[in-house]
Design a binder for this molecule. Structure first.
Ligand code: G3H
Ligand code: ZN
Length: 284
């Protein structure tokens, strides 16, 4: 199957009240663990790569590995740029075959974020590519993107409405109390704010920084209108923990297939768990 625009996957999720995982790939084992889990669960899938992951893997490798992975698959898969920081990076992904991009202009003042996002939407939509944007700043760290707790800010419902109307984006990442990476304390999600935003925008909303959010809160957020849930850290943690365990137990191990393979299985099991929580099983 060819890659599909993320908008197609999210429109169905929004209509039928479930969420699809925006699952990050960091190497081949991540890609295989994720897509094999989604295939077994018959779930639609958003494979995403951050700028840092693209730098690490290489653009050609990302696109060709994903193409190889989706060639024989029956499930709908989108390839999405996670937290794209500027126009050039985004155009490079589109030229190379991504079916979806995120422009993260959340660090800019509202007017500037609107202007920059609108420009990207115009270019992306002209070639059928979906755009996710972000409003409000999500704290924590992912790759080179680091937002100090004091600079994190929640999404204002009025601004979200204005932003979507003026930019024409397909999905909006909102800040309601989640953070990227490992949580310092217990995450407190602002569900009232989510309700207000969804009431103004009957439209796909995205939850970033979902790795450390308790299952019950993710389920609540999904039932209240979140349609894409991003996970990266949780997969990094299980992959590394499995490899660490194996190398600790067998210090003489040297064949990478003997520890990366079980690491990949650990990612696959975690992806299946997340798919169940998001309700996207058997929705492909
Ligand atoms: O954009 C990617 C996700 O927001 C990652 O969140 O660090 O909780 O896995 P996470
Ligand atoms: Zn994120």
């Amino acid at each position: 199957m060819d890659l599909v625009p993320m908008a197609d996957i999210l429109k169905k999720a929004d209509k039928e009240y479930y969420a699809v995982g925006g699952f990050n790939i960091n190497n081949m084992e991540f890609l295989q663990g994720i897509i094999w889990a989604a295939e077994e669960a018959k779930s639609p899938l958003i494979l995403q790569a951050s700028e840092g992951a693209i730098k690490y893997i290489g653009m050609d490798y990302v696109v060709n590995m994903v193409e190889a992975a989706v060639k024989e698959t029956e499930i709908p898969v989108a390839l999405h740029l996670d937290h794209g920081s500027n126009y050039d990076v985004i155009m490079d992904c589109i030229r190379n075959g991504f079916s979806s991009v995120m422009f993260d202009g959340s660090k800019y003042p509202l007017k500037q974020n609107i202007r920059l996002t609108k420009e990207i939407v115009k270019a992306a939509h002209s070639v059928g590519v979906t755009v996710e944007a972000e409003l409000g700043q999500i704290g924590g760290a992912e790759d080179d993107l680091e937002v100090d707790e004091k600079d994190a800010s929640f999404t204002e419902p009025d601004e979200a409405e204005e932003f979507v109307k003026k930019t024409g984006v397909d999905a909006l990442a909102i800040a309601i109390g989640t953070a990227h990476g490992v949580y310092k304390g217990k995450p407190e999600l602002d569900f009232k704010r989510l309700k207000e935003i969804k009431a103004r925008l009957d439209f796909p909303l995205v939850l970033h920084g979902a790795s450390g959010v308790p299952k019950k809160d993710v389920i609540r957020a999904v039932t209240m209108g979140i349609n894409k849930v991003n996970v990266n850290t949780a997969f990094q943690q299980v992959f590394t923990a499995k490899i660490r365990e194996l190398l600790d137990n067998e210090p003489e191990l040297y064949d990478p297939r003997k520890y990366c393979g079980p690491g990949r299985d650990a990612i696959k099991a975690k992806v299946k768990e997340k798919i169940k929580v998001l309700g996207s099983e058997n929705r492909a």
